[in-house]
Design a protein around this ligand. Sequence first.
Ligand SMILES: Nc1ncnc2c1ncn2[C@@H]1O[C@H](COP(=O)(O)OP(=O)(O)OP(=O)(O)O)[C@@H](O)[C@H]1O
Ligand SMILES: [Mg+2]
Length: 319
Amino acid sequence: MDDEVRIEDIEGIGPVTLSKLNSAGYYNIQSLAVAPITELVGKAGLSEAAAAKIVEEARKHTSTDFITAKELWDKRKQMNRITLGFDSFNQLLGGGLETQAMTEFWGEYASGKSQICMYLTVMVQQPIDKGGLGAKALFIDTEGTFSPQRLHQIAETNEVDPEKTLENIIYARCYNTDHQQLIVDNAFKICKEENVKLVVVDSLISHWRSEYVGREKLSERQQKLNNHLHKLLRLAEIFNLAIVVTNQVQANPQAFFGNPNRPAGGNVLAHGTTHRIYLRKSSKNMRVATVTDSPCLPSDIDVLFAITERGIEEAQPKT
Ligand SMILES: Nc1ncnc2c1ncn2[C@@H]1O[C@H](COP(=O)(O)OP(=O)(O)OP(=O)(O)O)[C@@H](O)[C@H]1O
Ligand SMILES: [Mg+2]
């Protein structure tokens, strides 16, 4: 099985190269197989020729390229779902949050993005007969808004052990885009070792937006972001896990009608994410969720929900 081949089993990799690769954040051949050569040169200090050879060898041991449609179909059939505790939101997501896919929640501040992410880290831990996957979550926090107190409250009010719940959430505070890329490289190791079935990046592009300012930096930003997204998707496919990312809004100057906001990140993000869900505040304490882009989910359903001490709950429209 591909998984059993280790980096040091690749021909030509000795202890020195292995240690360089490890310090650069590469711990298994899956992460090497999807690494751009320039990245290996930059991060691990290898020559271009050596990096190209390593990537080529790593790809031989992972089925990155050709598979039959039947194999793809069999793989898709293994797709699982993490449910959110109430039917309307699950229906919006086609039955729950999909593994092998990236779901983006986008919206203005306080629209509920981080709350949904934290709630999902509790839900993924539930046993399969209760709508979870009996697995751990990895939370990559780029904004410092992750709250263990809040998770404790959600667990307690849902009658699950708060201490155990917190132990099953692996947390990484992320400080800049280089760090974010490194964390995702390391995630290939952690997700395998720790049985992680949900990876959250909250929020996906805030560091990219603040570090790459101005038109002249745009193409570099989009290129690196694209690489980052592909790695996340690869993680989802290899380990059959769900990726959830959050995203901010950006004013859409071309919108004369309809929603004046659009998700930030441009085409790269639009093509990279599988499902995009727009969250907005409604009257009182209510929020509305709508699918704005998805290959299979209907985009004409509005789901009302409320943020409560239990996490995310169904809300009834007030008449
Ligand atoms: N225990 C709770 N009970 C009820 N509402 C809560 C609770 N904890 C947080 N909230 C509400 O959640 C909202 C914040 O949501 P959240 O942090 O998910 O926003 P966000 O979309 O991530 O915003 P940002 O873009 O600023 O990160 C606030 O309105 C807050 O009142
Ligand atoms: Mg937030």
